[in-house]
Write a new protein. Structure first.
Lengths: 141, 118
């Protein structure tokens, strides 16, 4: 059964990202450090995308993050991530093309087991980003 | 977790830019500015031993620094990237793109970093 770990709503600005990273890391305190660091990076990249593209969604001035745990599965839901029409434009870039930009989506795809866009339950035409990862756990001493 | 601090030292035409803390989309513009400023004076070595976190915007800055260095005909090297920086460079499949030096002597022991990357 899925258990809500936390819900966080912070301003969609670069300064919020440190807070988000700390909260995500705290939700992964039983996950090995290397794996937890990668998951924090993936969620941070998704949140950074909201900050970068916030002007594309009228009225979006915050990041809403819900975290759930279901056994070894951890699920992150970013509310109102993008407009439905923009989903098809979100692609990882070709890594052979060495240039700044486009790496964040590649990181998310590489790190997470499932990356999905689901209709926002609040705002029609907006999509939530759902990230899932099955985690190994550190043995308790 | 610490914000980004940048310490610069000039040594015989080489600017050593020692970065400490976190490089993310909030701090990467300042990081880029420091690298570009250094490259206009000469070669740049970016010491990444004390970086706790780097995201894609930080990696993008390193790519931009490398491209700027090539344009200006300068040397651009990374020094002692921390295990977390190395992990992100590997994720981006860019570790071979950069000239990376590992001096060892300047890498302080860190309580929260496992050299094995666990």
């Amino acid at each position: 059964m899925a258990v809500a770990v936390f819900h966080l709503q912070v301003p969609a600005c670069a300064r919020s990202l440190r807070v988000l990273r700390a909260c995500v890391r705290s939700a992964l305190d039983d996950v090995p450090e290397r794996e937890a660091s990668r998951i924090v990076l993936a969620v941070d990249e998704a949140c950074a995308n909201i900050v970068k593209h916030r002007e594309k969604l009228p009225g979006r001035n915050c990041i809403q993050l819900d975290v759930e745990r279901d056994g070894d599965l951890v699920r992150f839901r970013l509310g109102g991530f993008c407009a439905q029409r923009d989903v098809s434009h979100i692609q990882p870039r070709d890594l052979a093309d060495v240039r700044p930009g486009g790496l964040g989506t590649h990181f998310i795809d590489q790190i997470m087991d499932r990356v999905a866009y689901e209709p926002d339950s609040v705002v029609p035409g907006h999509m939530d980003l759902v990230l899932e990862k099955r985690c190994s756990r550190e043995e308790a001493e | 977790m610490a914000r980004l601090t940048l310490d610069t030292q000039d040594d015989r035409g080489v600017r050593v830019l020692a970065a400490q803390g976190e490089i993310d989309m909030g701090s990467s513009p300042r990081f880029l500015q420091a690298i570009k400023h250094g490259l206009h004076a000469g070669a740049v070595v970016v010491d990444l031993a004390r970086i706790d976190y780097i995201d894609s915007s930080g990696i993008a800055v390193l790519i931009q620094g490398l491209k700027e260095a090539r344009r200006l005909g300068r040397q651009f090297r990374l020094r002692n990237p921390s295990s977390r920086v190395t992990a992100v460079l590997e994720l981006a499949q860019l570790q071979r793109l950069f000239d990376i030096e590992r001096t060892g002597a300047n890498v302080p022991p860190r309580a929260d970093t496992d050299p094995a990357g666990r």
